[in-house]
Write a protein of this length. Structure first.
Length: 655
């Protein structure tokens, strides 16, 4: 690395550092002004506007605990986080989350007569019932007869709490329909009673069910039946409508189903987790689509036609509603959650469910509550594995048919995931070695030809002769049988694998909370130093694996870059050293497993380069080039055909 390059890198770092210090000072001034304004509103008793001002202040300093506490206090004063006075199941989100701005509870309808035949069931005491296997614990509430919460037994959040996929107080899950007397009924507001419940249902050897029912004064009964199997994250959900003709109109062919859910934060890196949190759906008999996974607007929505399933996913876990046949037209939306809360997004789906009217009929669905594990999801054979974003086209094919099978094979024999990544990297680099070696040979040819290129440069010293110099250089390469792009093409062929790895590591749940050396969790960033300020793009911490990746990339670039052609493109050299710095800024918040892989790949590339240099004889290459220069230039097939055509026509092309 020359002096100018080092100076440029240092200057860029100083610019970023200076900008971050200036930005933090400026942000501090805005934060102070906003909190002072909010305090004045608070002291004046204007709580609504004060709350909005405090939330705006948090936009400048999201982690300021005093302001977070004030927002929580105002939420309580304004009744935005009041919850029903009822016993909470142990699977619900813990009370220790009081620093978060809670999700507002849903309003209740005070007039029970509005429910017509179901009026008696519109009031009651909420109780909770559980059914669990070795993998999950499903808690069902009396109110709505709905899934109140799902706890995954084998997983913990980044702060060692149980992984709970949703908080029941904020969830909507039920049917909406009009009765014969034109009353709007939502099952989510009715109180169900259990059928034959004698305590928690424990699933061991055989499938078990938990059944809930609600009765109308006409004798109609709606039953929700949950079936859980041992060793499964998939839950069967059946709805039975008994004596339905006494409350549901005979011309009903579609039942509206409402499903809404707040997705809680489970991982350390909120920014990274939020990137992978989104709503996905499978179009009936077609592909899997997503609703603006990288959402820019506050709310994204779409109207769907037929769908096979709808999924609410975060980085590593999903809740999926799956049709027995298909869902009809549905309206889905995704809304960003309050950044001061532990929630990432709010998802809503208003789904049309096919309904075959009869006096007794049933609707069947399935629900997947579990990890985004490619192996687990793929076994259901309904394209659930495409919930995990592994890239598109060839990038995804490489991940699905090369990387994941090798990774899973190694996982069967090796416990430490740092070692697995090391072996996976070795396998990939060995498989790519022929391309790497070919690239090195091309670079060696460029190196030995550099004196010849320099001679041409001396013949055309003037700037106005640049085109002549370029033409003479290309003629030299052609006579010598050397392609200037020969070293680039093999490297370009390796790019899809690099991109596949970029997608694979952040989405691999196997790396979640797996430690290696100083990294406590390979699925998120490794921090060896927390900064008192935030650097744009870089963040507020220092990731050691990212630093090692950057240094190794610069070293690898230095020792493998051909010297030929630098005079023709002097700016290219600086650019090649600037790229690692840019990647360092971008990847500092990414998975430690990813930057660890890139570091290993760089180290192996350095070793391969040194090995190739030991066995490549540049004198022999030069001798071969000199021989090629003496041979007549080989014409391309196009030139040969053109010459033959000229001869037949009697025209002789000028030489």
């Amino acid at each position: 690395m020359d002096k100018n390059t080092i100076t440029g890198i240092v200057l860029i770092f100083l610019i970023f550092l200076g900008f971050s210090l200036y930005n933090n000072h400026r942000t501090g001034k805005f934060f102070k002004a906003e909190t002072e304004y909010a305090d004045s509103l608070y002291n004046a008793g204007n709580y609504d506007e004060a709350r909005e001002a405090y939330i705006k202040a948090l936009g400048y300093r999201p982690k300021d605990q005093t302001t977070i506490n004030r927002v929580t206090e105002l939420n309580s004063k304004l009744g935005l986080n009041e919850q029903e006075q009822e016993q909470k199941p142990e699977a619900a989100l813990p009370a220790s989350d009081s620093i978060s701005a809670k999700v507002p509870s849903r309003a209740r309808t005070a007039d029970s007569a509005a429910y017509g035949a179901f009026s008696a069931s519109s009031l009651g005491e909420n109780e909770f019932y559980t059914i669990e296997n070795d993998l999950l614990k499903l808690t069902v509430s009396a109110r709505g007869g709905r899934p109140y919460s799902v706890m995954l037994k084998n997983y913990r959040t980044y702060d060692s709490l149980p992984v709970v996929l949703f908080n029941g107080d904020s969830t909507v899950f039920g049917y909406k329909f009009f009765t014969l007397d034109n009353k709007a009924v939502e099952t989510d507001d009715l109180y169900f009673t259990p059928i034959g419940y004698n305590g928690p249902v424990i699933v061991s050897a055989e499938p078990e069910t938990l059944a809930m029912k609600v009765e109308a004064s006409t004798g109609a009964v709606i039953e929700f039946i949950y079936t859980v199997r041992p060793g499964e994250y998939m839950v069967d959900f059946e709805t039975r409508f008994l004596s339905a003709g006494s409350v549901i109109p005979a011309n009903t062919s579609t039942m509206a189903f409402d499903w809404k859910m707040y997705v809680p934060q489970q991982e350390k890196g909120r920014q990274n987790e939020d990137t992978y949190t989104g709503l996905k759906y499978k179009v009936y008999q077609e592909n899997v689509e997503d609703l603006a996974l990288r959402q820019k607007r506050e709310t994204e929505s779409a109207n769907l036609l037929k769908t096979d399933w709808i999924a609410y996913k975060d980085q590593f876990f999903s809740s999926v509603l799956i049709a027995d046949d298909y869902f009809l037209n549905a309206y889905v939306s995704s809304t960003k959650a309050d950044p001061t809360s532990r929630y990432l997004k709010h998802f809503e789906s208003e789904i049309g469910v096919p309904f075959s009217f009869s006096d007794s009929t049933s609707v069947r669905m399935k629900m997947y509550y579990g990890p985004n594990s490619f192996t687990i999801l793929k076994k259901y054979d309904i394209k659930l594995e495409e919930i995990i974003f592994l890239g598109r086209n060839i990038i995804r094919w490489i991940s699905e048919f090369v990387i994941i099978p090798i990774f899973n094979l190694l996982d069967n024999f090796i416990v430490n995931y740092g070692i697995i990544i090391l072996i996976l990297t070795l396998i990939i680099k060995l498989a790519l070695f022929p391309l790497t070696h070919r690239s090195f040979i091309s670079q060696a040819k460029m190196r030995v030809m550099k004196p010849m290129v320099d001679e041409i440069a001396k013949k055309f010293p003037r700037k106005e002769d640049a085109m002549k110099k370029q033409q003479a250089t290309m003629d030299l390469y052609k006579k010598a049988g050397v392609s200037p792009m020969g070293g680039c093409l093999p490297m370009l062929l390796q790019m899809p694998i690099l991109f596949a790895m970029f997608r694979f590591f952040p989405a691999s749940i196997e790396l979640r909370q797996q430690p290696f050396l100083w990294a406590k969790d390979l699925s998120t960033y490794d921090s060896i130093l927390n900064l008192p300020f935030n650097i744009p793009l870089y963040g507020d911490h220092v990731s050691l694996w990212t630093l090692l990746m950057t240094v190794s990339t610069i070293i690898s670039t230095k020792i493998s870059n051909p010297t030929g052609g630098q005079e023709q493109m002097p700016g290219m050299k600086s650019m090649m050293y600037m790229m690692p710095i840019m990647f360092m800024l971008i990847l500092n918040n990414f998975s430690a497993g990813l930057t660890y892989y890139y570091f290993l790949a760089n180290v192996i590339s350095i070793l391969q380069t040194q090995l190739s240099r030991r066995f490549v004889n540049e004198d022999a290459i030069l001798k071969k080039i000199e021989e090629n220069k003496k041979k007549p230039a080989k014409k391309s097939k196009w030139q040969q055909r053109l010459d033959e055509a000229s001869k037949r026509s009697g025209y002789r092309r000028p030489k």
